[in-house]
Ligand binder design. Structure first.
Ligand code: ZN
Length: 256
């Protein structure tokens, strides 16, 4: 079942300039090295009161999504109990959509761990790598430790969707981040690979939060709203946004 395409404009009571700022701060990049595909970050800067006032956003809506601890995901070495809890919330929420369930099952099936690290620029990355005896169990998804501590679980889920999409494409042999058979930006980011991952992320966000996105004061959530809105504007607009978001020279910095 494919998620519904979203054609209605989002109602975001912030100026486009503020939204762009939020995006620049939050929706980060991905990059690709042989076998690596990176993804988004997000400094969790709380929205200032002045920003809220300027945008006329008068209500705070903390959309609380149900949390079911169905933990059975592998976690990478070094993950603390608190980080495990946060990651698990995101992993659980992934399953709110059919596509999310598929991606989560893929991670479980291949014993691919989720972990954290201090990542200077990107919000996370995925590494698709075969194990010594075949399979993909040496693969992993790593999210920035600050993001894991600070952002809402639905944002973490959307990031996990993004990274899991890279893993899925690598396993399927369709990742141009590995084949390099697509346009590479000057910073090494493979555009089509990132468009695919961001699209999966946007579709999840739309399916979970609806055509108007999530009402929130969180910059991370607003950035996801913007991404989703762009997705609804069609492939050309979405590709342009991804290109804009992912052309920073700091892409991939500090990821080993
Ligand atoms: Zn990516």
């Amino acid at each position: 079942m494919s998620p519904p395409r979203w054609r209605q404009p989002l109602i975001i009571a912030l100026t486009s300039a503020l939204t762009t700022l939020a995006l620049a701060l939050i929706l980060l990049p991905a990059f690709t090295l042989a076998g690596w595909t990176g993804s988004l970050p997000a400094p969790l800067v709380p929205v200032l009161n002045s920003v809220v006032a300027a945008g006329g956003l008068s209500q705070t809506v903390a959309a609380t999504l149900p949390f079911v601890d169905d933990s059975h995901e592998p976690f990478c070495a070094g993950v603390t109990a608190g980080q495990r809890h946060q990651l698990q919330r995101g992993l659980t929420l992934m399953g709110r959509t059919v596509a999310g369930q598929r991606l989560r099952q893929l991670l479980t099936h291949h014993d691919i761990c989720a972990g954290t690290a201090a990542i200077p620029y990107n919000g996370g990355y995925a590494r698709a790598e075969r194990g010594l005896f075949g399979g993909w169990s040496s693969s992993k998804i790593i999210l920035d430790e600050v993001l894991v501590a600070e952002v809402d679980a639905d944002v973490l889920a959307s990031m996990l969707i993004h990274e899991a999409t890279h893993i899925e494409r690598a396993i399927a042999g369709t990742s141009c981040g590995i084949s390099h058979d697509c346009e590479a930006l000057p910073n090494g980011v493979h555009l089509e690979e990132e468009i695919a991952a961001h699209a999966a992320e946007a579709e999840w966000w739309i399916e979970v939060h609806g055509p108007n996105g999530k009402r929130s004061l969180s910059l991370a959530a607003l950035a996801q709203n913007r991404l989703a809105a762009s997705f609804g504007e069609g492939p050309d607009a979405f590709a342009a946004l991804v290109r804009e978001l992912r052309d920073d020279p700091r892409e991939g910095k500090g990821i080993t």
